[in-house]
Design a protein around this ligand. Structure first.
Ligand code: ADP
Ligand code: MG
Length: 699
């Protein structure tokens, strides 16, 4: 049944082919449905008119009723602009246009009454509005109450007069066209207990709210629905996977594990490590495939947990693999683990993009014969050429960029029974986000750092105190410590970034003539990178100048200073990750954040948060709060795999919880969604577009 809402947007009254092209290109609105789900980003009280005398540059959008004065064309060529004065009983201001001048002059008439709408600014002591929205005072407003929705548009659209008011009008035409054609998407059993507004009403109210209460109900309903279907999808995937996939049963804790525990364990496990290992052991004995996420702040000792779990796999005759996001990390894991396994005869191999052909072939043969038990490496591990004889466990480290679909790929690494999967992340993820990002995983948290760690002291310095920072570094290095100095990627061009780093490096060589410096960046060959890292690790260089390539996992206990240049440019989680590179040894560590004076409020909040706390979970919460609803880029990359249209994981945690509970309840009562009433859910689950879930694996 072709749906009414799937019609091309060009057929809507007030749109037509040309506007349709623009809407498609600029806003990705191609159908009636796309437009219907293009919600306002804010609402303005249209009953309130400001007086010109009340205006200042701090106000957001305002509307003013007044009379248009004469036009004046100012400047030449590209700088040309159209200016008109606009006055009411309290004063006058300027309206300014840089584009569409011809149209404005032809369509607006001096000495007529208009309603002007926009964001005021002040220039030379005079209030103005640039590219105001303007219409005759008598024009019919398209609202059904006091609130008017505002829609994001683009510069191109505004130039072609598809501004927020125009979209508002098209929305109104759409509202008329779809009258009686919106079908409910949630069954009564979901709607009624939560007293959700009907879809039809919600879609009407979200665009044309009659009052704030109804708008709130509409917003809740639409957010709920969005989050509910995602949860239903994730949870039904999880249910079905648990049904379909058996898991290897690792019943023994045997020789390898016990020997390691008795002879090789260099320290007491923390209680948190013990707890997590117990949770994992339970999964491994359950005959179900494990899909578990271990969250633990930087330095909480995840590597050791991974190794001990791998030992259980070996004890039961299975192979294991450990995958890291970078070569540096993979190599570091390989070295650490080989060293820790001293005296225990497990064959460990390292496979990365730069592994030589001959070695590569040896490894392929070794894992196919089972001679190699533990394969450590980068993404190269999941390539199809890598065939294990008996892969029982896959550990994915430091990898919140590893989505559901990629995990599904791992499950196929064995014919028949898939390996157990353990994902480890150092990015503490707020619960709400984890429920969605990792909704199909069970979660363990290592919520304790090994004893004896001194909290890292974090300070924020402005440019003018740079000398002081250098002096501090000198004092510390003279005491035998080492320092990282990190530069951000600041331009689109890798060349410029590299230049920036190299300039910094040259400068630092002059600042610290007595010390040896290393430099690492993304353009180095892996071997060169490793060589530099090793010099630093061995203490042959004292200062490591780097871009963010050192972000994840690198472990140099003697490094106790982390200087972050232009810290205002980094995101919170990145700052936290970088800071985690120090504080790994016995010495007091420091994180020094350098920034310019002029930074945005948001940057300031980030830096303040860093100075205030070392708690990764707290930082993650602030991070999520700071990022606006539109900015889900971070989560996109981390494999969220779908766009959120209206819900915001930072702010809608409560709605998410309700949505998840509701979905879980439904699946508990009707695991295969077979009941008559739930067919509506099945229908909409199948409709869900843009998801990365690999359904093929379970069907
Ligand atoms: P992360 O969780 O960031 O991956 P690592 O596994 O790299 O942390 O561990 C950080 C450091 O802490 C390593 O040097 C490791 O040897 C050490 N470590 C791990 N567990 C313990 C423990 N229980 N007691 C003391 N030190 C530990
Ligand atoms: Mg680690």
């Amino acid at each position: 049944m072709p749906d009414f809402l799937d019609q091309d947007i060009k057929f809507l009254a007030g749109v037509g082919p040309q506007r349709a092209e623009l809407l498609k290109k600029e806003l990705n609105i191609a159908s009636f449905r796309d437009l219907l789900y293009y919600f306002p980003y804010k609402y303005i009280d249209r009953t309130k008119f400001y007086k010109i005398a009340e205006l200042d540059a701090n106000q957001a959008y305002i509307q003013v009723k007044g009379t248009l004065g004469n036009f004046e064309l100012i400047g030449e060529g590209r700088k040309q602009r159209l200016l008109a004065s606009f006055h009411d009983s309290t004063g006058s201001m300027d309206l300014i246009w840089f584009a569409g001048i011809k149209y404005i002059r032809e369509n607006l008439k001096p000495r007529q009454e208009y309603v002007v709408f926009g964001k005021p600014s002040v220039f030379n002591g005079r209030v103005n509005i640039i590219h105001p929205e303007i219409e005759t005072a008598s024009a019919q407003q398209v609202t059904t109450g006091v609130l008017q929705g505002f829609y994001n548009t683009s510069e191109t659209l505004k130039k072609r007069f598809l501004n927020t008011r125009a979209i508002n009008k098209i929305q109104y035409n759409l509202a008329l066209a779809i009258e009686g054609k919106i079908y409910e998407t949630l069954p009564p059993s979901v709607r009624e207990p939560l007293r959700l507004m009907s879809l039809k009403d919600a879609l009407r109210q979200i665009h044309f709210p009659e009052n704030t209460q109804l708008l709130q109900k509409a917003t809740f309903r639409l957010k709920f629905e969005e989050l509910f279907y995602i949860q239903l999808k994730i949870l039904s995937l999880k249910h079905r996977r648990e049904e379909v996939f058996k898991g290897f049963v690792f019943e023994h804790v045997g020789y390898n594990f016990n020997t390691f525990f008795q002879n090789n364990l260099p320290f007491e496990l923390t209680n948190a490590q013990k707890k997590v290992i117990r949770e994992i052991r339970k999964d491994l004995g359950s005959a179900r495939q494990m899909n578990r996420l271990v969250q633990g702040d930087v330095g909480s000792g995840k590597t050791l947990v991974a190794l001990m779990v791998a030992l259980i796999a070996f004890d039961n005759g299975y192979q294991a693999s450990l995958m890291a996001p970078t070569e540096i990390l993979a190599t570091q894991h390989y070295n650490t683990i080989s060293r820790m396994l001293n005296g225990i005869s497990i064959q460990v191999a390292l496979l990365t993009g730069s592994t030589r052909k001959k070695e590569r072939e040896r490894i392929y043969a070794g894992i196919e014969s089972g001679e190699i038990q533990f394969l450590i490496g980068t993404h190269a591990l999941i390539e199809d050429t890598v065939n294990f004889i008996k892969l029982g466990l896959v550990i994915v480290d430091e990898q919140h960029r590893f989505g559901v679909a990629q995990r599904a790929k791992l499950w196929k690494k064995n014919a028949g029974i898939p390996p157990h999967v353990l994902v480890m992340t150092a990015t503490p993820i707020p619960r709400t986000l984890a429920m969605t990002l990792y909704g199909d995983l069970d979660v363990s948290v290592i919520d304790e750092l090994p004893p004896g760690r001194k909290p890292i002291e974090t300070r924020h310095y402005l440019e003018n105190r740079r000398e002081q920072v250098y002096k501090f570094i000198r004092d510390q290095v003279d005491k035998g410590r080492q320092a990282y100095i990190v530069y951000p990627l600041i331009s689109e061009s890798e060349k410029l970034d590299l230049k920036n780093l190299e300039n910094g490096y040259e400068l630092l060589q002059k600042v610290f003539p007595r010390y040896k410096l290393s430099m690492v960046h993304g353009k180095l060959k892996p071997a060169e990178k490793d060589a530099e890292m090793n010099l630093f690790k061995e203490g042959k260089t004292q200062i490591m100048v780097a871009t963010t390539v050192i972000e994840v996992g690198v472990d140099v206990p003697n490094a106790s200073i982390m200087v972050i240049e232009s810290a205002e440019r980094f995101g919170l989680s990145q700052l936290h990750q970088l800071r985690g590179r120090v504080g790994r040894g016995a010495e007091q560590s420091y994180c020094l954040l350098m920034s310019s004076y002029k930074i945005s409020n948001e940057s300031r909040k980030r830096l303040e948060t860093m100075v205030r706390t070392n708690d990764g979970f707290e930082i993650a919460e602030v991070d999520l709060q700071l990022r606006g609803p539109g900015d889900l880029e971070g989560t996109q990359q981390s494999g969220l795999g779908f766009n959120l249209n209206i819900a915001n994981l930072g702010k809608d945690g409560e709605i998410l919880r309700i949505a998840r509970d509701t979905a879980a309840n439904i699946l508990d009562n009707d695991p295969h969604l077979q009941s008559h009433e739930n067919q509506l859910l099945v229908y909409h689950l199948q409709r869900m577009k843009n998801t990365e879930f690999d359904w093929s694996i379970i069907s």
